[in-house]
Design a protein around this ligand. Structure first.
Ligand SMILES: Nc1ncnc2c1ncn2[C@@H]1O[C@H](COP(=O)(O)OP(=O)(O)OP(=O)(O)O)[C@@H](O)[C@H]1O
Ligand SMILES: [Mg+2]
Length: 338
């Protein structure tokens, strides 16, 4: 890009468009890599052969590529013995998550021990992706797999340039999505995965997503080309590899199920002014399931939703709330549980 005769916006856009037309999705602007989403699988761009090619080459020697950025950063870390960072930014659907995964794949390739061990550090680093995506990604109108949180991935290397560990921090999950989904969008993938999990779904008394208020506000249940049942197995596998114990995994999915049951507890006005009761038998069933899976006392859960405690200097005052306030408390609890 810096070699363009006219470095202005139309020139830049024209250059990018022409390259894109030739399937050249990557372009450099100095040390910055511009990636344009191909919206098509380009396996030849990312295979083992490609990674071998970019390993240790001078930056700029080969065609622009995300592996070249990852390699330059790795080499700089090794030679300067100093931490490096790669910033991936762009609008929703631009390809940040996919790009980040490619960078991680390349870094585990050059910095891995190649033991073939399924629970090696590099494998754990890679498997963190499907795991985070199950619980933090959802379909939006712009992207079937939109990350609804920010992420900082730190990969640590030892003196010899081998991966020794990783730390991933996530920020600002979009919690409102748990209880409210717009048309054409979906809630977090994990809910649909658990509903499609067969025996596990039975165990948690779950069925088709259309039966759950937190999922049926939009009529989008399936993603094109994605099987939620298969994804569930992948999430479970990722949890195993990352080292989440079986009992912890059970606790996580119990909570996921409890959130769906919570969402189906409906309230109607109680006998007294400004009070509420559970609407019907169906809601009572879901209340019981939510309490069971959250491992809390059912009547205590109900009173937490239908009453409010006001603290005063003279002591606590317990006040009943109307059915719409009870529903708001229910949603607040569901958002906190995630
Ligand atoms: N390099 C690529 N090769 C092939 N397909 C890609 C590539 N990058 C992105 N895509 C396609 O575009 C979709 C959206 O990309 P991605 O999820 O990475 O966007 P994002 O920038 O992380 O968006 P959001 O901000 O919503 O999380 C992917 O699911 C994939 O189908
Ligand atoms: Mg993303």
């Amino acid at each position: 890009m810096t070699k363009l005769v006219y470095l202005h916006e139309p020139g830049v856009l024209c250059n990018l468009a022409r390259r894109y037309g030739l399937n050249e999705i990557y372009t450099y602007t100095g040390r910055i890599l511009i990636a344009i989403n191909p919206f098509a699988k380009l396996p030849h761009l990312y295979d083992m052969h490609m990674m071998e090619q970019y390993k240790g080459i001078q930056f700029g020697e080969l065609s622009p590529h995300v592996f070249a950025i990852a390699d330059a950063s790795y080499r700089a870390m090794v030679s300067e013995e100093c931490s490096q960072s790669i910033l991936v930014s762009g609008e929703s659907g631009a390809g940040k998550t996919e790009t980040t995964k490619l960078i991680m794949r390349y870094l585990t390739f050059v910095g891995g021990r190649a033991t073939g061990d399924i629970r090696s550090v590099e494998q754990q680093v890679l498997e963190s992706n499907p795991l985070l995506e199950a619980f933090g990604n959802a379909r939006t109108v712009r992207n079937d797999n939109s990350s609804r949180f920010g992420k900082f991935v730190e990969i640590q290397f030892d003196k010899s340039g081998r991966i020794s560990g990783a730390a991933i921090r996530t920020y600002l999950l979009e919690r409102s999505r748990v209880v409210q989904v717009s048309e054409s969008e979906r809630n977090y993938h994990c809910f649909y995965q658990l509903c499609a999990s067969g025996q596990d779904a039975d165990k948690y008394k779950l069925s088709h997503p259309k039966n759950f208020n937190y999922l049926n506000q939009s009529h989008m249940y399936e993603l094109e080309g994605v099987s939620d049942a298969e994804q569930y197995l992948k999430t479970r596998r990722a949890m195993d590899i990352v080292g989440i114990s079986f009992s912890h995994q059970e606790a996580i999915f119990r909570t996921v199920a409890a959130i769906l049951h919570l969402g189906n507890i409906e309230f109607s006005p109680g006998k007294e002014f400004d009070s509420s009761v559970v609407k019907d038998e169906k809601s009572k069933f879901h209340l019981q399931m939510a309490a069971d899976f959250l491992m809390v006392d059912e009547s205590l859960l109900l009173s937490t939703l239908c009453f409010r405690t006001i603290k005063t200097p003279e002591g606590n005052i317990v006040k009943a709330v109307d059915n719409s306030a009870a529903a708001i408390s229910r949603d607040a609890l569901a958002k906190t549980a995630c």
